[in-house]
Design a protein around this ligand. Structure first.
Ligand code: UDP
Length: 476
């Protein structure tokens, strides 16, 4: 008898490590756990971080990566949603002809939230279309609600005096929205709205979250009333889908440094894959605050905001743009090295391996969603210092809904001033020593248990089962 062919899924992420990493991880999971064939289109990128990631991947048979051609897009300075969306648009012709010439054409298409224009390709080949949303269900609902808001609200969002009532969750404070929402003519806003309007072309939306993390949101999503107000297709929690730690401890300077320290004694400091960074002035205050706290720290520094370029190379060559010696006080670097209390690395660090290390007991984080999931899975409490995109909404979830983080004062509470060193010192001590830190850590460990069991195959975890059910449909 003929063996039924494996379903073949084409996946279209956007550039940016925060989008690519979960796409790669979902692809691997579909192939190795669920026996699906996957073709993933990899955006052209020169960054060494991506190259390292790809070369370290053990690609299971059944997962094919197709590199997209480099694009002549010069203006990297635009809002991130614009940059990501245009990159996808410019790649569609290539993707279309690649699918047209495939020996075993894909029948299912999974695209990023900024890649809904690829639905046109799905339609051309009669594919079943899905979205993989690389943030949480609350943010998805908020963005899904945007087309309706856009009609109902006349002025700018920034002028609203009341929090925005989003069905199914706590009202969203205007202060917790990204800058795009302050200007409805901005490219960032227009592109978000454009994609949100296309969300309901998908047969379903996969979200990198788990039901127990956002129980209220999921009961609302299952209750038809929410969906009457927000035109979203069925939403499936399939996460947390994050990278597993790789066994690289012997070669990596961060991990060998961590090996020297007792459990839960080091604060990890990182602001993500490079979309935004701190101002030069703020960076110096952070350096001083960390030193004042007298806690051990491992800090991955990116160049200050005025020097950041999207998709910058992550290599920290000495004298290069990522070399911390170029923008952190020399005295500070000398002192912390001398005392052995801190380690500063420029560019890129193996974040998952670091968060998984026993010595790490706290994470000062920009609250990108992948970083958030990684700290949940590894049980590390957070000092939330959100910068842009949906990070402020994630920070609210961690502090107010889940109680596993403390949040630094927001800019309006500081009157726009930089966060002072004493305030930073206070937050660091709060999480790293004393009872409040212990309480945060133990609540975080409870979330860890929920996260791990939701993706467990044997235990019939909710995320595992959601994905398995979807794939069953693809096999029909
Ligand atoms: N990351 C890493 N090393 C770094 C910086 C980031 O491995 O030095 C990884 C991090 O573990 C996460 C992703 O890059 O998986 C960043 O995604 P996130 O959503 O947290 O933030 P974004 O970069 O999108 O702002």
């Amino acid at each position: 008898s003929l063996k039924p062919q494996k379903p073949h899924v084409a996946m279209i992420p956007t550039p940016g490590m925060g989008h690519l990493i979960p796409f790669l991880q979902l692809a691997k999971c579909l192939v190795s756990i669920h026996g699906v064939q996957v073709t993933l289109f990899v955006p052209a990128s020169e960054t060494s971080a991506l190259q390292t990631l790809l070369s370290s991947l053990h690609l299971p048979g059944g997962l094919t990566l197709i590199n997209l051609p480099t694009l002549p897009i010069s203006d990297m300075d635009t809002d991130l949603p614009v940059h990501l969306s245009i990159t996808v648009r410019e790649s569609l012709t290539f993707i279309r002809s690649s699918i047209a010439t495939s020996a075993h054409p894909p029948t299912v298409l999974i695209v990023d939230m900024f890649a809904t224009d690829a639905f046109d390709v799905g339609d051309a080949f009669n594919m079943t279309k899905y979205l993989f949303f690389t943030s949480n269900a609350k943010v998805l609902t908020f963005i899904g609600y945007l087309p309706r808001f856009d009609q109902e609200i006349a002025g700018e969002f920034a002028e609203l005096t009341e929090p925005i009532p989003v069905p199914g969750c706590k009202p969203v404070r205007v202060d917790d929205l990204d800058d795009y929402f302050r200007d409805r003519k901005s490219g960032g806003y227009r592109f978000l709205l454009h994609h949100a309007r296309r969300f309901n072309e998908a047969t379903g939306i996969l979200v990198n979250t788990f039901e127990d993390l956002e129980p209220q949101m999921f009961s609302a999503l299952k209750d038809g009333k929410l969906l009457e107000q927000i035109p979203l297709p069925p939403v499936h929690a399939v996460g947390p889908i994050i990278r597993n730690p790789a066994p690289l401890s012997s070669e990596n300077e961060c991990l060998t440094w961590l090996d020297k320290h007792p459990p839960d004694s080091v604060l990890f400091v990182s602001f993500g894959g490079g979309g935004r960074s701190l101002s030069a002035e703020q960076m110096v205050e952070l350096a001083m605050g960390l030193e004042l706290s007298r806690q051990r720290f491992l800090w991955v520094v990116r160049p200050p905001q005025d020097k950041v370029v999207i998709s910058a190379n992550y290599v920290a060559e000495s004298g290069g743009p990522n070399d911390p010696n170029g923008y952190l006080p020399e005295e500070f670097l000398r002192r912390i090295k001398g005392k052995g209390v801190g380690m500063v690395v420029g560019g890129w660090a193996p974040q998952v391996e670091i968060l998984g290390h026993a010595a790490v007991g706290g994470f000062l984080s920009h609250c990108g969603w992948n970083s958030t999931l990684e700290s949940i899975v590894h049980g590390v409490p957070v000092i939330a210092w959100p910068l842009h995109a949906e990070q402020k909404m994630n920070a609210v979830m961690l502090t107010e809904d889940l109680g596993v983080a403390v949040r630094v004062k927001i800019a309006s509470e500081r009157g726009g001033a930089v966060m002072g060193r004493e305030e930073i010192e206070r937050m660091v001590r709060l999480v790293m020593e004393g009872n409040q830190g212990k309480a945060l850590r133990s609540r975080m460990k409870q979330l860890t248990d929920g996260a791990v069991s939701s993706v467990s195959e044997g235990g019939g975890g909710s995320s595992y089962c959601s994905l398995a059910q979807l794939i069953k449909k693809w096999k029909l």
